[in-house]
Write a protein that binds this ligand. Structure first.
Ligand code: GDP
Ligand code: MG
Length: 828
């Protein structure tokens, strides 16, 4: 608890004083130090300042200040475990208690993308967060705990940022975390092979005047390159302890945590607060603004006045907003603006630019004194590889070759295990069907659950292979290049280069494609990409195309098939344009696309990524698909009794008797076929009468203008669970044994023959080439499946995006099918 939580008359023992340098110093000088007893003399209502008694002095603190002082109650301090106790609570006793309470240290990992924060975090906490040679992989903060030397560490892995300005959501997030959560120690993770760029963030942490320990990560790379860094000297220059680490191997981590403890306990000699010198003019402005800020004591608590002054000179929007909340904001802002124009006039440059330049000047100065650069072999390699892979002539063809390989492997290699799983599920289904007593329970287990699980599992091989490639591309650094190469083209439709891979993946399965948008850092770009992925025709829609094209466009099947895919792409482009103009008008500042050096990832890490992603697919999506399949099954299964079913049943019994009596093989065959037909007729009747059938009839008026009737409606409805279900539903509706494999030709014939069974169009064929085309387009455009809906909800964090996607895809599908049917039926 903190001091602000104590009530009048209560006493507490201080265990920690948070806050930044000068506030902290001031408050500690007043006597608020670890182990001291404070008494709340008087609390005022409405969050007024309260009066405290510490060391016999009466001191008044605002709640915002008291909030930064951690205390434990005196009772708690007294409740100490087995310790010889004589008489009153003495200082010793308090100290012991404080040690045990104060042993919780909150640590936040801050650093550039790709510097190894997550690797460090994972190694320390045993977590399995995603690590990748590609920025933007960490989007949210990850929490975990770790114990070392009797201390408990609450660790937070924050998103990677280059800076703490407020340009990107990540930067804002990290800044807010540092200010609001007040971590005891910030561990600034630095890529040792890229010191200059990484230290820029450090320079901002220095301004903030907080407790920092630097983890000089990728120290192996630095050593391999032959560079020599005088760590101790750099540490003294920065006023921050530096510990070399190799996160992937766990080297240096115990040292790092020992150092964190030292800094936390204020016993590291290198820790000091330095001021980066921004030059005469800027320093003068800082001084003037700072004096103005210091007039209002409210400012003193949340951040260092110097930091705030610097941020104001940079015209940082969040600093301005922060200032506006205070009473004296007008004067402070006026002073700041005056100083900004003074600097601009004198130096002909914006305050922000002057400060950035000074920071880099500071960094290069510090490095000049401490670093003897070696030849970075990594970058020499990288440049050589880049010459080939991003060659302005061969770069693209190479990329497409790689893409082709990826899809070829995913679908061609994947089709074998897919078939095995399919067959395995079939065999299991048959076996259980035969071994359990007939009835509803049997049907639920086999047709509902086993089929449901099967329909999820069957895609696992594809997903594994696809993610194997993606992980490899991410971890080597090639993904960043691919995004870079595609950026120009993607910009034309208002997207980012990074949207390309998810879109391409969408042709395989939309679900992992939506998950792959995590690599897009800008939230609007990401949402936009997610929203158009459903137009990428996934592989599950392919069987439907094949069936209908075979039935109605036998003369030029390839052309129609390619046309379907192109229509999807065209729609995606149009939609992207449209949403860009309406929904996502306010784009955030464009972000640099960094190109990390190529690294050869370890097999272990690639396999782990592949598996992690696939497990996510199974957990997140599998559950939803399974439930949906079971619901669709149940809707089609109930109610069981139909009017004519008893009649058909008695027919069945009759034929069965006949079958047992005849010896003639031909006659036997004829009877078996007859029996099958009755079985199918029974199934068809049951399906028409089922809830699903009733829903099909119910929605018929809505799809009539598209030329569809109730059975088409049912097929489309069943496709909500998964597109694979459409063909098998049609199979049942058209009384063909099954939609898969062997009886395809029979199904094609039946598709052509099926007639309207009621209404104005009675007796006319249900499908003509025109309605078949309308149907195919509807299948292409309306949302892929419930798995995608759930993935969108999960990835965007909001169900309303998922509902929105259902809405506009279905509307678009309806409109397109409507136009095709109306125009087509008039023309032909
Ligand atoms: P983050 O973006 O800061 O979270 O960085 P990651 O932890 O995702 O790591 C980026 C890449 O650097 C991964 O490929 C890691 O395997 C690799 N990496 C991390 N730490 C080290 C290190 O100390 N040495 C080397 N050679 N590679 C590292
Ligand atoms: Mg990370």
């Amino acid at each position: 608890m903190n001091l602000a939580e104590l009530n009048s008359g209560e006493k507490g023992v201080i265990i920690n004083v948070k806050g930044y340098g000068s506030f902290r110093k001031r408050i500690m000088e007043m006597g608020f130090v670890k182990g001291q007893l404070v008494e709340v003399v008087k609390k005022r209502p409405f969050h007024g300042p309260a009066e405290y008694n510490v060391m016999g002095y009466h001191v008044s603190l605002r709640p915002s200040e008291a909030y930064l002082i951690d205390v434990i109650t005196q009772e708690k301090a007294a409740e100490m475990p087995e310790q010889p106790f004589e008489g009153i609570i003495d200082k010793e006793r308090l100290k012991i208690s404080i040690i045990s309470e104060g042993k919780n240290i909150s640590v936040a990992f801050v650093g550039n993308p790709n510097c190894g924060k997550t690797s460090l975090f994972n190694f320390v906490s045993g977590a399995r967060e995603h690590v990748g040679n590609y920025s933007g992989v960490t989007i949210e903060a990850k929490h975990n705990t770790y114990s070392y030397y009797g201390y408990n560490f609450n660790l937070v892995d924050l998103p990677g940022t280059y800076s703490l300005t407020a340009y990107t959501p990540e930067e804002l997030y990290v800044r807010k975390h540092i200010f609001h959560n007040n971590p005891d120690i910030v561990v600034n993770v630095i890529d040792a092979s890229n010191l200059e760029r990484n230290l820029y963030l450090t320079s901002q942490l220095i301004d903030m005047d907080i407790k920092v320990v630097i983890a000089l990560n990728m120290y192996d790379d630095l050593e391999n390159s032959g560079a020599v860094l005088e760590i101790e000297k750099l540490s003294r220059l920065l006023g921050i302890p530096i510990i070399p680490t190799v996160a992937t191997k766990g080297k240096g981590i115990p040292d790092l945590f020992s150092k964190i403890i030292d800094v936390y306990e204020n016993r590291d000699p290198n820790v000091r607060h330095i001021h980066i010198n921004y030059g005469k003019e800027v320093e003068q402005s800082i001084r003037i603004i700072r004096e103005q800020i210091k007039q209002d004591k409210h400012f003193m608590v949340a951040m260092s006045p110097r930091f705030l002054a610097i941020k104001l000179l940079e015209q940082d929007s969040h600093a301005i907003r922060f200032v506006s909340k205070h009473q004296t904001s007008k004067e402070v802002l006026k002073t700041a603006y005056k100083e900004i124009s003074r600097i601009e006039e004198l130096l002909h440059e914006k305050g922000e630019a002057v400060i950035t330049d000074a920071k880099y000047g500071f960094i290069s100065g510090a490095l000049k004194e401490t670093l003897k650069p070696g030849k970075s072999r990594r970058w020499i390699h990288t440049n050589a590889i880049d010459k080939v892979l991003t060659h302005h002539f061969f770069g693209m063809p190479l990329f497409f070759t790689f893409m082709f390989l990826m899809f070829f492997a995913t679908f061609q290699l994947g089709s074998y295990p897919m078939a095995w799983i399919d067959a395995g599920v079939g065999i299991l289904n048959q076996f259980i069907k035969a071994s359990l007593p007939q009835g509803m329970f049997n049907d639920l287990i086999t047709d509902g659950i086993i089929n449901g699980i099967g329909s999820v599992l069957v895609f696992l091989p594809n997903i594994l292979i696809l993610f194997l490639f993606i992980s490899f591309m991410e971890d080597t650094g090639y993904m960043a290049r691919a995004a870079f190469m595609m950026d120009k083209i993607m910009h034309k439709i208002g997207l980012h280069g990074r949207s390309f891979i998810p879109l391409i993946m969408g042709f395989g399965c939309n679900v992992p494609a939506i998950m792959a948008t995590r690599t897009i850092r800008n939230r609007n770009d990401r949402l936009l990409t997610i929203l158009i992925i459903p137009f990428m025709s996934c592989s599950a829609r392919l069987p439907i195309y094949i069936l209908f094209i075979g039935a109605f466009f036998p003369n030029n099947p390839t052309l129609v098939l390619i046309g379907m895919y192109l229509t999807g792409i065209l729609l995606a482009v149009i939609t992207a344009h449209f949403f860009n103009k309406t929904l996502f008008k306010s784009k955030e500042a464009p972000f640099v696309m960094e190109l990390p050096p190529y690294r050869l990832p370890s097999t272990k890490s690639i396999v782990k990524h592949m598996w992690d992603k696939s497990a996510q697919y199974l957990q997140k999506v599998g559950g939803v698909i399974l439930i949906a399949v079971i619901i669709i099954w149940a809707l089609g299964y109930f109610p069981q009794n139909t009017k004519s079913s008893s009649e058909l049943d008695s027919n069945l019994v009759k034929i069965n008797l006949e079958l047992n009596q005849t010896v003639d093989e031909l006659q036997k065959n004829r009877l078996v076929i007859q029996m099958n037909e009755i079985q199918m007729e029974k199934k068809r009747e049951q399906l028409e009468n089922s809830y699903l059938g009733r829903i099909g009839h119910f929605i018929e008026p809505a799809i009539r203008p598209l030329g569809f009737e109730w059975r088409t409606g049912i097929a489309l409805l069943s496709g909500i669970a998964a597109k694979e279900v459409v063909v098998s539903t049609i199979g049942v509706l058209l009384q063909s044994d099954n939609g898969k494999g062997t009886d395809d030709n029979r199904l094609v014939m039946r598709l052509r023959e099926i007639k309207h069974d009621h209404g104005a169009a009675f007796g006319q064929p249900v499908f003509t080439p025109v309605t078949a085309l309308a149907f195919l387009l509807f299948v292409l455009i309306y949302f892929p499946c419930i798995g995608v809906v759930s993935a969108i909800a999960k990835e965007s964090g909001r169900w309303r995006w998922a509902l929105f996607m259902i809405g506009y895809t279905t509307t678009a599908a309806w409109l397109v099918a409507f136009l095709v049917n109306q125009i087509g039926s008039r023309l032909f």
